[in-house]
Design a protein around this ligand. Structure first.
Ligand SMILES: [Zn+2]
Length: 385
């Protein structure tokens, strides 16, 4: 049953990649190895595509901005609207965010591709997802950083619309994925998305990133995708949340994705680590990361008094614009594996197959030995053997 489903998907994906105006850009000449952002979906492209998809969906997909919803903080630092695409009618809510780092572009396209799949396919598996889940998809969390092709956002003087400067006369850049913490929330985007999250109270979270080009530390083979949990399983934080419940569910979610994707020829998966052979490898345990704060049930500014929380995971696919743009073929694969990974996971959640997975199988996913945890709360924490 499962196998037939995957084959079907793979055919649908091939068809859908070439069927939209945004993706038609893949036909531009390849610029292998050079940083070329002209083929990457811009903010305006995204809006155009979202509106086209909404129209085609005949009411199934709702596209709106936080400003439409009347939020006090509802736009980016530079005044761009923040877009949400909502689809599905199920009781379980899934928050899917892309491009919190502006120079990690393909999550936006993966989100659009995912929406396209649900709109144009009426298979029972897809219906199951839309009947059991409601998806809140954020294709571009950081529109300013995306337009500038930088990781962070830039803080602006809201009166003059000029960048704020620090004591040394430099722009103040904020990594939005360190900005959901007590004493943080420096950027207006963080306040806006956090307020919305506290109102939605999702049940699960998925965050799409891209890392640099990566190879297996032992075999030298290219890694196309790393599966990550931003509070490391077995690390200083996650085992202590809800008696280890999220440690189990996050690992189940990732093992499910691993099982579903590992047989595709173009996907080579490992677990997300930082560091290298020379410095040693570490896992991350960052409290200020958005999906971490979701698991910690952060109550900022009294907006989450009940300390709502939920399990959340992230994907890191290889290739961001810091390392030069990928060739067109790799780029298509990159987008496709993201969309497939999310889509498989959503079916696993809707069907509850995810909860039948043995969480300990997380250890079967390749990962170099680690020396410890990189944290934003206790410095470097050596691994306890
Ligand atoms: Zn990132």
């Amino acid at each position: 049953m499962k196998k037939a489903f995957i084959l079907l998907l793979s055919t649908c994906m091939l068809l859908s990649i070439f069927s939209s105006s945004v993706f038609a850009k893949q036909n531009h000449p390849s610029t292998e190895g050079n940083t070329n952002i002209s083929s990457i979906v811009t903010y305006d492209d995204m809006i155009k595509e979202l509106k086209a998809l909404e129209k085609r969906s005949k009411g199934e997909l709702e596209v709106f901005t936080l400003d439409d919803l009347g939020y006090e903080y509802s736009k980016s630092e530079q005044g761009r609207d923040l877009y949400v695409a909502k689809i599905g009618n199920g009781p379980e809510k899934v928050w899917i965010q892309s491009r919190i780092h502006g120079d990690e572009p393909y999550g936006t396209e993966a989100s659009l591709q995912l929406l396209q799949m649900y709109i144009s396919n009426q298979s029972t598996q897809y219906r199951k997802v839309l009947d059991e889940l409601t998806l809140y998809i954020i294709p571009m969390y950081n529109p300013d950083g995306s337009e500038m092709n930088i990781r962070q956002t830039v803080l602006m003087d809201q009166e003059t619309s000029e960048p704020l400067l620090n004591d040394r006369g430099n722009q103040i850049r904020i990594d939005l994925n360190r900005d959901w913490a007590e004493g943080a929330f420096a950027a207006v985007e963080s306040k806006a998305w956090y307020s919305y999250w506290t109102d939605i109270q999702p049940d699960y979270g998925i965050d799409i990133h891209h890392q640099g080009l990566k190879t297996d530390s032992e075999t030298g083979e290219a890694i196309t995708m790393s599966l990550g949990i931003s509070l490391a399983p077995g690390g200083p934080t996650l085992p202590n949340i809800k008696d280890g419940q999220y440690e189990d569910i996050t690992r189940q979610m990732q093992v499910y994705v691993f099982d579903a994707l590992k047989d595709y020829g173009f996907i080579n998966i490992d677990r997300y680590t930082t560091g290298n052979n020379r410095t040693g490898f570490t896992e991350i345990d960052i409290h200020g990361g958005v999906v971490s704060a979701m698991m910690l049930g952060l109550n900022y500014d009294g907006l989450n008094e009940a300390e709502h929380s939920h399990p959340a995971i992230f994907f890191e696919t290889s290739g961001n614009t810091r390392d030069g743009n990928l060739g067109q073929r790799a780029r298509g694969h990159n987008i496709r594996q993201n969309a497939l990974g999310i889509q498989e996971l959503l079916y696993g959640l809707a069907s509850e197959e995810v909860f039948g997975v043995d969480p300990e199988r997380w250890d079967e996913i390749p990962r170099p030995d680690i020396t410890g945890y990189n944290t934003d709360h206790s410095g470097f924490v050596p691994v306890a053997y």
